[in-house]
Design a protein around this ligand. Sequence first.
Ligand code: ZN
Ligand code: ZN
Ligand code: FE
Length: 762
Amino acid sequence: MERVKIKVSGMVQGVGFRPFVYRLAHRYGLVGWVQNDAAGIQAEIEGRPENLTGFLADLKAQAPPQAVIMKLLAETVAPKDERGFYIKKSQTTDGRTALVLPDIATCPDCQQELGQAGDRRFRYPFTNCTNCGPRYSIIQDLPYDRAATTMSVFRMCPSCQAEYNDPRDRRFHAQPNACPVCGPAYQLLTASGQAVEGEAFAEARKRIAQGAILAVKGLGGYHLVCNAADQAAVAELRERKGRVDKPFAVMFGDLGTARLHCTVSDAEETLLSGAIRPIVLLAKNPQYGLAQAVAPGNPTLGAMLPYAPVHWILLEAGDAYVMTSGNVSDEPIAYEDQEAQGRLAGLVDYFLIHNRPIHSRVDDSVARIAHNKPFLLRRGRGVAPAPIQLAQAGPPVLACGGEVKNTFCLTKGTAAFMSAHIGDLENVAALASYTGQISHYQALFAIQPEFVAHDLHPDYLSTKYAQTLDLPLLAIQHHHAHIASVLAEHGLNEKVIGVAFDGTGYGTDGLLWGSEFMLADCQDFIRMAHSRYFALPGGMKAIQEPWRQAAWLLQELYGDGFAELPIPFCRQLPDNWPFILQAAAKGINSPLACGAGRLFDMAAAILGIRCRVHYEGQAAVELESAAAGATGWLLPYHITGGPVAELDFRPAFAALVQAVQRGENPAGLAAAFHMTLAAATVDMIRRIHHMTGIRKVAFSGGVFQNMTLLGLILERLDHPLTPLLNRQVPANDGGLALGQAAVARERSKQHVSCNTGQNHSP
Ligand code: ZN
Ligand code: ZN
Ligand code: FE
């Protein structure tokens, strides 16, 4: 007989790991015990050496699907000649070092039960087991026990309790275990709160087929739902929600239906049907046949598959439902019943709701496949609050994030806990959610931050929030944080060439940066180059109305006579353009900006693709879409020297104007614009490489969600240059907090001697 002591760390709690060990030990005729501890799982196993070997091999190979084994240690100890195998009570000396799992999509076993007539959970919308179901969204406190979740109000019936107590059952210690006898239930209500007669799901389906809009309470919040093939219903939803043409996500009843409308690669299929089940951006295929209003002017569709029992019951194969966050325009997703029913009453015809409270709101995650790898574009359900592993331990910090697409980050040891997507802080509801979630995370993970990192922008609400905390503050430049987010993900802290392209971010000179080439590590950065500054006539208004930026540019190129240029853009200028440009010339509300996103705005306006936007990045999305399939060519640009080099794209824009005059088609011109920006970017990277010898190039910022641009850059980035990209956090401002945290931890080392938090530009 031999005995081994085993320690497993990683995501091994709340995933059915102990019953798995129990069953495995029985299979090999071994004795001993297993238990949860602060770091994960411990076990002692005793038996014949050949059985122990088999057991250890299977422990890794057959671990439960949601388990992530980060470390497995096994050491031989003295045999104790025990009888039988048992599960020991958890050691909860410090339950808070255990990880909180994200919500997990319904597993195949539970899915099977849902569809099995006669099963006691047939069509029961709260079916779950140790391998699947809600976690983070229902957890109020740790350790993760039913009493500390929103399931505490439901008392398990004897059948459920028996499953819960039986280590051989796949519901052993499944905290949200429930059935129709004892668990929560759905009901269908009219907008004014009257119960609808009949079976809730059948009635809901009928209403959706008739063109109704429903609010459906799910796992992490409410969705607004209607038939995606029904143009009138989708248009009505846009009208009520006040959302002009920003794309809606669609849930397909099954993969086959998704394939009818979109192309789905193997990697995309894996992502769509995995445990996270994010919204995946798919290319529409030529047979795409959903309502035009679902994703107008967009070559891609945000698609997802059912991930909770409610969806498996509500949708059938062949269905395609719009499934968008239940909110008014850009407010955070509604999740509290009273609040939601108040806020959404004017938007929907019916409510399909249930009586289990959602403790934490979690919006759907968004991801895409590029170069065969998944990239997260929004962290939410299925992902948060699983930590990102940092290369080194450091002091606990709170990084407050940015202003739009906000997330925050709390660190502890080597773990960085990124919050789920919160949204744009400028609205009151989002700000309230922000402060509430920060408190919840701090309590849940027992983190007392010693430093607070925030954006350099003095007016961001996240900055103002940081200033209310009585802690040492570290102000981090926006684009430095973008680059540091890449370094943190890759566990690097060395100087790299950082390329941060986005819309705007506050620079150390008070101007709006956003086409940044820098030498950066986690400590500091040196600005090496950027594109030329332009005025934003009317400030934020110029971002909503790209024609203002383009008019400023053309006036710079051609003088006041530009308005007579024989191109459609000039014929469509509003009458007040001279006043707007005059005000800008006097510097009235016209900040200087060099965001790469602004170059896309100007190109889209000049090519007549878009002069006014309804959502962030729309002009760039449509310009990229216009370029699809076209072959571009290189337009001229200049690089001017100086301590900080400048990329001047005015010659490229002049060439675009001439080409429009010649009547060349916008697709080729849009492609030429992408190619030119890519070539100039790589040109600049090479210059910096020649000056410094640095080979690693980190790309971040919202502009790199443009896969055409990124692809063209990566194609040209040859040996010895190596690209580094964001994958676990978004390249847009949703990933900013991770970079802020990385810089803050590095700077905190020097905090005693230098606590200004200022960057140094040459
Ligand atoms: Zn399950
Ligand atoms: Zn029950
Ligand atoms: Fe940004």
